[in-house]
Design a protein around this ligand. Structure first.
Ligand code: SF4
Length: 408
């Protein structure tokens, strides 16, 4: 620790090797290689007169994830150390912390004031993000910081080309920045060798775990449920990665989950109750997207509503409607059809139903489903049972000094 608890500044070309981040994948959900992102900003900045900027993205609009809020509330200096390290490496005089949760905002404000004393060379601003699903998409982040509108834009340009105030901008998720900081603090530690996963559902209170990358799923189920039971289904990567059978040998890495046709996304794991209807859950997620899309891309607006209505109807299918052809069509046609990945997420959800639950779909089409019909008739917002809030997370409230109570 060189200055006020913060590590020594490093140039961009030495940061990757010093922090061992050349293998680190971003933790916001897209899993883009961090060192490639840093290098893209460095090269873009070299060809413009504008100084580059850095943004710590802590918007975390994903309803099933609390990891970023946890880091900003309880480990703000760890995130800021990552911010300062990449700002130093890029020669960025300004950085922004983009945060939605008001409690996290207060913790960050305090930490930034302390940082200003320890490291005055980098000016860090805190920006209040909107609490919407799409506010954390990286072009929405840049648009919010520049124009006050937290909605995604078409790409290109990407933020590394034209970012905050037109400057090349590095937008990194706050967990990614915390990984960089931890690696700088402990050079022997592998950058990103573990990840934070919000585990919820299955009739148990949600808990935030720190898990080794590529750990088998049964290590998490044993820690969370006390057994290796594979009789549950899994909503993976928040609302983004689809539904999967909870195979005990599923490897918890982006590559491991991709091999099984899912996406690890932001790393969260939501277990369905035993016997829960996967089509009802898919309808709940589609219902969320129908209400929480940013209402600016025609295909997204119409298709999320149509998918949500169609899946909700499967509890009591309308005779003569060719549901069997609609779902495969959406599963392919929605890919890449929006300014952000919401249509892709809906397509992934449908593909997972078609691939893993074809018998359940056939049964719904043939005879309907009581659980789906009940959910469709319930006036409560369908997705409400699929949200996790930090104050409701027992492990964090009971032990705020060390909320990562269990490491699988
Ligand atoms: S794809 Fe959907 S959620 Fe994304 S920007 Fe377009 S309308 Fe908004």
């Amino acid at each position: 620790m060189a200055e006020g608890g913060y590590t020594t500044p490093r140039a961009a070309d030495t940061l990757a090797s010093a922090a061992g981040i050349d293998q680190l994948l971003g933790r916001g959900g897209a899993a883009f290689p961090t060192s490639v992102k840093i290098d893209a900003v460095r090269r873009a900045a070299a060809s413009t007169a504008l100084a580059p900027a850095v943004v710590a993205n802590g918007a975390e609009g994903e309803p099933l994830s609390i990891k970023d809020r946890y880091l900003l509330r309880f480990r703000p200096h760890l995130v800021l150390e990552g911010v300062v390290a990449v700002a130093d490496a890029l020669g960025a005089p300004e950085a922004h912390v983009y945060v939605a949760d008001p409690i996290a905002r207060a913790a960050v404000d305090t930490a930034v004031a302390e940082l200003a004393v320890a490291r005055p060379a980098v000016r860090v601003h805190v920006f209040q993000a909107q609490e919407t699903y799409v506010a954390g998409e990286e072009t929405a982040v840049v648009r919010a910081l520049t124009k006050g509108i937290a909605r995604p834009t078409d790409k290109p340009p990407r933020p590394y080309q034209v970012g905050v105030g037109g400057a090349p901008t590095l937008v990194l998720n706050v967990e990614t920045l915390a990984c960089i900081a931890r690696s700088l603090q402990s050079p022997s530690a592998e950058a990103g060798g573990t990840f934070l996963t919000t585990v919820s559902g299955g009739g148990r209170p949600p808990v935030l775990y720190e898990v080794p990358v590529d750990a088998p799923l049964h290590e998490v189920t044993r820690a969370h449920f006390g057994d290796d039971d594979t009789g549950r289904d899994l909503l993976i990567g928040g609302f983004f990665g689809g539904l999967l059978p909870a195979w005990s040998d599923l490897r918890l890495s982006h590559a491991g989950v991709r091999l099984r046709r899912g996406s690890l996304g932001c790393g969260s794991l939501h277990f369905l109750e035993r016997g829960a209807c996967p089509i009802r859950i898919a309808a709940d997620v589609a219902g969320y997207y129908a209400e929480h899309n940013a209402r600016q891309c025609g295909t997204c607006i119409s298709s999320t509503s149509s998918v949500a209505a169609t899946l909700a109807q499967l509890g009591n299918p309308t005779p003569g409607v060719n549901y069997a052809s609609m779902l495969p069509r959406w599963a392919t046609q929605l890919i890449g059809r929006g300014a952000c990945a919401v249509p892709d997420a809906v397509a992934t959800m449908i593909r997972s139903l078609l691939h893993f639950y074809p018998q359940s779909l056939e049964r719904h089409l043939a005879q309907g489903c009581e659980a789906c019909a009940e959910a469709a008739a319930d006036p409560t917002p369908r997705w409400e049972h699929l949200t996790v809030s930090l104050p409701g997370c027992a492990a964090k409230q009971e032990s705020p000094s060390d909320p990562l109570a269990v490491s699988a």
